[in-house]
Every structure is written in structure tokens, then in C-alpha cells.
Write a protein that binds this ligand. Structure first.
Ligand code: FE2
Ligand code: FE2
Length: 277
């Protein structure tokens, strides 16, 4: 296969009672039906909040099963809980093995690797990083061997949280530590990535669209497919809109298209919370 077309969606945050988010998902599904990529990746926060509402995962899975193309998944903090960080308070809902297993039962492995169009594609569980869970150590060992096996081929990495804001050395700030891969795991991850030909790091989580290149590696922040977060709640870094990202990979090259499915609506989180109460 000389060209591999991949669509990244993220932060769908599905729950049966939040019908506006289901509508946005259905607009995305229509667009996928019309464009028929080779693969869809959802980079996490599939569920609105699975640790507190276990049925959200099941509902999200049923909707993804309607997509007419193969799909791969990665967990988000609203699917399996959040990372502990070096600064700031412990997360309200820390990642744990029980929720990780519930995710795996619903969506399959929380990390994966495959090859297409001369590229190696690697998906990571970013939430176990810095957690001390056995799964964290296992994933780092697995990643080291997968990168060693990539043999100089270009690597595209997918994970829920961006690794950093602008550079790997950005300090971890109390207010924003949960936005990125936390230290010291971040250091270990970035050192490991230097051993391979990584060209793309694609993430979600921030609910903002962003596209920048650092030291030859393109960093794409996919927007949420479901909702935006107002400036009152979250600083503006990239573009606050709902949408998706389309990629075309060819041996040693790739293109990125920032897209919005026809009919997708910029729903504000505050609106959803009001509807929920
Ligand atoms: Fe999210
Ligand atoms: Fe998230």
C-alpha cells in the first residue's frame, strides 16, 4: 500500500444522556462514511466519564461499532483515571488497574503498533505514565523494543496527552501539570523517542487544535469531536473548535488536513454541565 489514509478523532466524551455529544459523533460518523479512510483512531476520552459512570464505555463502544471502517482506540483520563504529577494535588480520580482493565474489556489493548505505507504507527497509554502501576513499566519496556525494531523507518506516535507545551524541558506548573505527560516519565519517554525516527506525535486531551514542529517532529493536537472549553475555564493555546484531523501517509512523507465534519457544532462544556444538573 503506497498511501495510508488515517482519520484521528478525539475526546468524543460519549454518554447516553448527553445527546448533543451523540449528535456531534453522528456528524463525524457521516463524514467518515463519506470519506472512507483506511483507519480511524480515537485518541482517548471516548467516554464522558467512565470512572464515575461505567456504562459510558459501553455506550461509546456501541457508537464506534457503527463506523464503517476499522478503528483503533487509546484511553484518556476520563476513561481510566488521571496521572499523578510531581507538582500539585493528587488527581481526584487517579488511574488504577481496575479501570484500565474495564477499558481493555470494552476497547481492546491500551497500546498497539502496526505498519502501513512504510511507517510504524505506535499508540501509547499516556495515563499510566508516572503512576507506578506494573502496566507503566511494562509499556516502557515494550516501547523500547518496538522502537528498536522500527529499524529507522518513520514513526508516528499517538497518545491521549500531549508530551509537552512547547519543549520537553518546559517546567511542570501546578495549574497545568495534568495537561501533559508528567515528569519524570516525560524525560524517559522523550529520551526513548530520540532513539527512533519519530516524525509525528499526535495527541488529544486539551480540546484545542494545534499544529507545530519541534526539532523536526510535528506535533498535532486533535480538537475534541464533542465540545470546547471556555476561556473562563481554560487558557487559549491553539484553536478552540470541535473537529477532527485527516492524515495521508506515504513512504517517508505525510500530509495533515485540519477538518470539521459538516454539521459539527461547537458545544461549550458549561452548556453540557447545565444540561446534566
Ligand atoms: Fe477530553
Ligand atoms: Fe483528557
Amino acid at each position: 500500500m503506497n498511501e495510508f489514509r488515517l482519520t484521528q478523532i478525539s475526546d468524543t466524551h460519549l454518554a447516553r444522556r448527553l445527546t448533543k455529544l451523540t449528535s456531534n459523533f453522528e456528524r463525524v460518523a457521516d463524514h467518515i462514511e463519506a470519506t472512507r479512510p483506511d483507519l480511524v483512531i480515537n485518541s482517548g476520552d471516548l467516554a464522558f466519564d467512565a470512572p464515575s459512570h461505567a456504562d459510558n464505555l459501553e455506550f461509546a463502544r456501541a457508537l464506534h461499532d457503527t463506523l464503517p471502517v476499522p478503528c483503533r482506540y487509546l484511553p484518556g483520563n476520563h476513561d481510566i483515571g488521571d496521572n499523578p504529577t510531581e507538582v500539585g494535588a493528587a488527581p481526584e480520580c487517579p488511574v488504577n488497574e481496575r479501570d484500565r482493565q474495564a477499558y481493555i474489556a470494552a476497547f481492546g489493548d491500551d497500546r498497539w503498533r502496526f505498519e502501513a505505507a512504510g511507517w510504524c504507527f505506535v499508540g501509547l497509554n499516556s495515563l499510566v505514565m508516572n503512576s507506578g502501576l506494573v502496566a507503566e513499566a511494562e509499556q516502557f519496556d515494550w516501547l523500547a523494543s518496538e522502537l528498536a525494531m522500527s529499524g529507522g523507518r518513520p514513526v508516528a506516535l499517538f497518545l491521549h496527552k500531549p508530551i509537552f507545551l512547547n519543549t520537553p524541558e518546559d517546567p511542570e506548573l501546578e495549574a497545568t501539570a495534568i495537561r501533559y505527560v508528567p515528569f519524570p516519565a516525560r524525560r524517559r519517554l522523550t529520551e526513548m523517542l530520540r532513539t527512533a525516527n519519530v516524525r509525528l506525535v499526535a495527541s488529544g486531551h486539551v480540546h484545542q487544535r494545534r499544529d507545530f514542529t519541534w526539532h523536526g517532529i510535528r506535533h498535532i493536537w486533535a480538537p475534541s469531536a464533542g465540545f470546547i472549553i471556555s476561556d473562563k475555564r481554560q487558557e487559549r493555546i491553539g484553536i478552540k473548535e470541535v473537529g477532527l484531523v485527516e492524515y495521508r501517509f506515504q513512504p517517508d512523507a505525510f500530509e495533515v488536513r485540519h477538518m470539521r465534519a459538516p454539521g459539527q457544532i461547537d458545544i461549550d462544556l458549561d452548556e453540557l454541565l447545565k444540561a446534566r444538573d
